[in-house]
Design a protein around this ligand. Structure first.
Ligand code: A3P
Length: 329
């Protein structure tokens, strides 16, 4: 942590000293920045993103809170937008690249380590293709030109808090550095989660930020649910493609293009690809094993972990937080 702190720019170090902090999940501390909880390196990237990013009207932003199915959403959107370029055959980039390498994160990749990327190099052929980015940043903290645009499209994927919590807990225990006290108990994690202290949380604020925006601006903010997609991927893909401005034609429908995209991006398919079994990626300056992104990929695995009192507590909390919003879990 000390070493990582030293690598931050002075402005960020000073800012951190003024922010509330709590024990973290995979770093010693999380800091409350603009109302949400983040690791120091993330805060530095977000500041750089907020300062330097300028949206184009054709941009697409995929937004999630971690462990809601970001990898899946990236794969699906990439496959939809690029389906004319790559027919669903052997040379599809999704067969050899992890979805995170095809749709870059604003904060983990493009603006990480205080860099300001030249986006025309990242998206050299953006004349006929929208630039597609991903982010975990909550709606109010997105860069201004994104929020002010009447055309930039935002897709938010939401997953129920029970599974999101369990998925986060497993993920963190795999990535937790050895320098931190051994195992991160489910009980400790649960307490922190219920207090809102989780990366980019509180969960409810993250979700409500995008949910309310999707009600206000349905043409530019699409709100999807992981569970709905699992239940009926075809209708959801149809809606997603239309929203993005790449609707499926009658002919494509007839040729089962939607089903093929769903299959290509399915958990079962992606998990078994060599790139996702043994491939590695860089986030910030650390290596990350792609296999950690694919665990079970199901709805309801939380029943195997949460005791009745935890279920009660989290249900009540969610009821309270989402009351009157039109959203429930
Ligand atoms: P579980 O830990 O419950 O299995 P993220 O991509 O936001 O990090 O979310 C990770 C979660 O999505 C993990 O959930 C992971 O297994 C699941 N996942 C990954 N790829 C998926 C896919 N193609 N379809 C459905 N779920 C997927």
């Amino acid at each position: 942590e000390k070493e990582e702190f030293e690598l931050l720019i002075q402005e960020c170090k000073e800012l951190l000293l003024s922010l509330p902090k709590e024990k973290g999940w995979r770093t010693p501390f999380l800091y409350q920045f603009e109302g949400f909880w983040c690791q120091p390196k993330e805060i530095q990237s977000i500041i750089s993103f907020q300062k330097h990013f300028k949206s184009k009207e054709s941009d697409v932003i995929l937004a999630t809170i971690p462990k809601s199915g970001t990898t899946w959403l990236k794969a699906l959107v990439f496959a939809i937008i690029n389906r004319k370029r790559y027919s669903n055959t052997q040379n599809h980039p999704l067969l050899t690249s992890n979805p995170h390498d095809l749709v870059p994160f604003l904060e983990y990749k493009l603006y990480s380590n205080n860099q300001v990327p030249d986006l025309s190099n990242v998206f050299p052929d953006d004349h006929d293709q929208p630039r597609t980015f991903a982010t975990h940043v909550p709606y109010p903290s997105l860069e201004e030109s994104i929020k002010n645009s009447e055309n930039v499209k935002i897709v938010y994927l939401c997953r129920n808090p029970f599974d999101t919590f369990i998925s986060s807990w497993h993920f963190i225990n795999k990535l937790r550095p050895e320098s931190l006290p051994d195992k991160f108990s489910l009980e400790d994690a649960f307490k922190m989660y219920c207090n809102g202290v989780v990366g980019f949380g509180p969960f409810w604020e993250h979700v409500l930020g995008y949910w309310n925006e999707s009600l206000k601006k349905p043409e530019t903010v699409l709100f999807l649910k992981y569970e709905d997609m699992k239940e009926d991927i075809v209708s959801n893909l149809r809606e997603l493609a239309s929203f993005l401005g790449f609707p499926f034609s009658v002919e494509e429908e007839r040729e089962n293009v939607i089903e093929e995209i769903a299959k290509l991006c399915s958990f079962e398919k992606l998990k078994e690809l060599e790139v996702n079994k043994s491939g590695k990626a860089m986030t910030f300056s650390k290596q990350f094993e792609n296999k950690h992104l694919f665990r079970k990929g199901i709805v309801g695995d939380w029943v195997n972990y949460l005791n009745p009192s935890m279920v009660n507590q989290l249900s009540q909390l969610m009821e309270e937080k989402f009351e009157g919003s039109g959203l429930s879990f």
